[in-house]
Design a protein. Structure first.
Lengths: 464, 202
């Protein structure tokens, strides 16, 4: 079916090749992720609900926990900063970097940094800033944007990547073997790590009791970014706080399994301060920038449950709309079901422009079933549809439903319409000069009307 | 400025909430995976789960020396405090072993032998903490990382390992070799970190 919402228009423009990559990449591994969770736990649902309840509690008491995390980090020698907006965050990071005289850095994957377009900003300001996650590195070379939370280049195939490496001089020749691609990136990035004066990371969790930031990667890139470099800057959304270290047991067990079907991601790093005095490698300075950028608005809304999200990407993988449309069709940092809720709220001034996203769902509920923190995404999508309606956001595909409601609420009118509808089979309605009808029919093929047949059948059935 | 603005907005958003969610009480055993914990010997449980994530568990110097020779990883670094127990024996078997790691020559080190400061049996995880690790880079840049482990330092479960964090400002858990599936979902090992992760029991 073809729609006229912006997301449909975008999805229609993507090439078959790209669409195939997204469909394969998102469907792959779904059974494995399900199996790992269900093999290891007799009742994974109760664990998901527990994780959701811990997150809800934290969000409802966010002020207390954020202040605790700040105090713990400060005590351990980290410098804590706050940024209310994207611009504040960019300026804060730039000023930290300038304060340390940094001109060259590596950055590990961070959705928060994507959200504020940190890379282009730093580069404009004369700081060489290189993405170190393999996927994000390729995205940066292509001047593209990630299209999946954990698989940023889900929309690219090996041929495209090999062409990029050749074009950008990462390799002298074309070679699309995935292992060769990976080795070439290894060699290239290694030199950069060794020269970098700072490493920027995000954080998956921050424990309020000890301030420990938890960072997970499979490649080891965030660890490498923090081994030779003397400065570490972590950009962290304020909703990443969890109450205690012990709660990590719940979240880490769910994050790896939900994201990639692993019990634990390969590298899980816990950091609450500059390196140990006797350790020759690692940052002597640690800065943590806690960023709001719309999160407190989401917290004040009736969709605050979306702030439970731990960015595993599971909802994207199972969503039939995401699989067909690709992440870029959501036109914001976050695609898929989580993005359909988060993006219109987080980027509040863009709400009218992104108001089609909550409608891009059949409400099948697959996203909620796989969500490790049990976010009721279908409910939140409905609340956002309601918000759009109340705020009078224009929807290009809306068909006036008033005549239909009138028909459907009057049994006699309905009966007449049923009988009459058979006549439609013989009328050329597809050329009727009624604009809304044409828009609607333009995307649909009507089945032949069999008006009234069911009622007749019911009557004869009952009399038997 | 940003700080007070953010806290004020959080306060405004949360103070009016009715039915604030309580912190759930739960028994940490709910996160244990019974399937992964089968068995009684912690080294055995660890080895099985470590193997499942493509790690290699060893306890014999000969086996380690053979592995390094046969995979042509013959030049490496060894934590000086482990030289007598391991490094010297590998040197005797014909491998080149240095006890200093010089950053400028990072490409020279094909293997790195450093101390694991613990392990997790349930997940097949090696723990490295800053306070007792001679060089972060020596455990990261070589193709082969050998994490030297004492049996008494193996934790049974993930919650136990978290409870034992202690005071170190930096702890890293390594659950197998470095890997990616970014290119078409195909698993490739050895992206930035080691392509071979070995746990060596002493």
């Amino acid at each position: 079916m073809i729609g006229t919402q912006p997301i449909d228009l975008y999805a229609r423009k993507i090439s078959d090749e790209k669409q195939g990559s997204v469909l394969d990449g998102s469907s792959k591994g779904t059974e494995k992720r399900y199996e790992v969770l269900h093999k290891d736990y007799a009742d994974p649902d109760s664990l998901r609900k527990l994780a959701g309840a811990i997150k809800d509690h934290t969000l409802h008491h966010l002020g207390d926990y954020l202040a605790k995390a700040e105090a713990a980090l400060t005590k351990r020698g980290a410098k804590v900063h706050f940024a209310a907006t994207a611009e504040d965050a960019r300026q804060e990071i730039l000023s930290i970097l300038r304060g340390h005289g940094v001109t060259q850095l590596t950055k590990s994957k961070s959705m928060a940094a994507e959200e504020i377009h940190l890379n282009p900003f730093l580069i404009e300001n004369g700081i060489e800033c290189l993405e170190s996650d393999l996927g994000e590195f390729i995205v940066q070379l292509d001047n593209d944007e990630p299209s999946h939370i954990v698989k940023p280049i889900i929309h690219k195939n090996r041929r495209e990547i090999a062409r990029t490496f050749q074009r950008e001089g990462i390799a002298a020749d074309y070679n699309d073997d995935p292992e060769t691609i990976t080795r070439r990136a290894r060699v290239h990035l290694r030199e950069k790590y060794m020269l970098a004066q700072a490493g920027i990371t995000g954080a998956n969790f921050v424990c309020a009791d000890t301030g420990r930031l938890t960072l997970v990667t499979n490649e080891g890139n965030s660890r490498f970014g923090m081994a030779p470099a003397p400065v570490h800057i972590a950009l962290v959304g304020i909703e990443k706080v969890i109450p205690r270290e012990q709660d990590l047991s719940v979240f880490l067990n769910l994050l790896g399994r939900s994201a990639t079907g692993q019990q634990l991601t390969v590298y899980t790093e816990f950091i609450n301060g500059p390196k140990s005095a006797n350790q020759p490698d690692g940052p002597e300075h640690m800065h943590v920038v806690f960023m709001d950028n719309g999160r407190t608005d989401v917290l004040a809304s009736n969709c605050r449950e979306i702030l439970r999200c731990i960015r595993c990407g599971a909802c994207q993988n199972v969503c039939p709309v995401y699989r067909q449309a690709s992440g870029h069709a959501y036109r914001s940092t976050y695609g898929g079901p989580v993005g359909a809720v988060l993006s219109p709220l987080l980027f509040g001034d863009r709400f009218p422009e992104l108001a089609d996203l909550p409608k891009a769902s059949s409400l099948c509920g697959a996203c909620n079933e796989v969500c490790p923190v049990d976010i009721p995404i279908p409910d939140l999508l409905l609340r956002l549809r309601d918000k759009a309606k109340r705020e009078g956001v224009h929807s290009p595909a809306a068909v006036p439903m008033t005549p239909f409601s009138a028909l459907a609420t009057s049994p006699s009118l309905w009966r007449t319409a049923m009988t009459m509808s058979k006549a439609m089979n013989h009328l050329p309605i597809h050329v009727a000069p009624i604009k809304p009808l044409q828009d609607w029919l333009g995307q649909r093929t009507l089945p032949e009307s069999r008006g009234g047949d069911f009622r007749k059948w019911m009557k004869t059935r009952q009399s038997k | 400025m940003s700080r007070s603005a953010i806290f004020a907005k959080i306060e405004a958003a949360t103070s009016a909430l009715k039915n604030k969610a309580p912190l759930p009480e739960y028994d940490l055993t709910v996160v244990h995976s019974p399937r992964k914990l089968e068995g009684s010997d912690l080294w055995e449980i660890f080895s099985r789960n470590f193997k499942a994530v493509n790690g290699k568990a060893m306890s014999s110097i000969d086996e380690l020396a053979d592995f390094l020779q046969s995979s042509a990883q013959t030049h490496g670094y060894c934590d000086p405090t482990l030289f007598d127990a391991i490094g010297s024996k590998l040197a005797a078997a014909g491998l080149t072993v240095e006890t200093t790691y010089e950053r400028e020559r990072y490409d020279d080190y094909q293997f790195g032998i450093t101390r694991a400061t613990g392990a997790i049996a349930e997940s097949g995880t090696v723990i490295i903490d800053d306070d007792r690790t001679s060089h972060r880079l020596a455990a990261l840049s070589p193709w082969v990382h050998v994490a030297v482990l004492e049996k008494s330092e193996i934790h049974r479960t993930i919650p136990e390992a978290i409870a034992a964090f202690g005071d170190s400002p930096n702890i890293i858990w390594c659950t197998g070799p470095s890997k990616t599936a970014d290119v078409e979902g195909i698993l490739i090992e050895g992206v930035h970190g080691p392509g071979e992760q070995i746990a060596f029991l002493v």
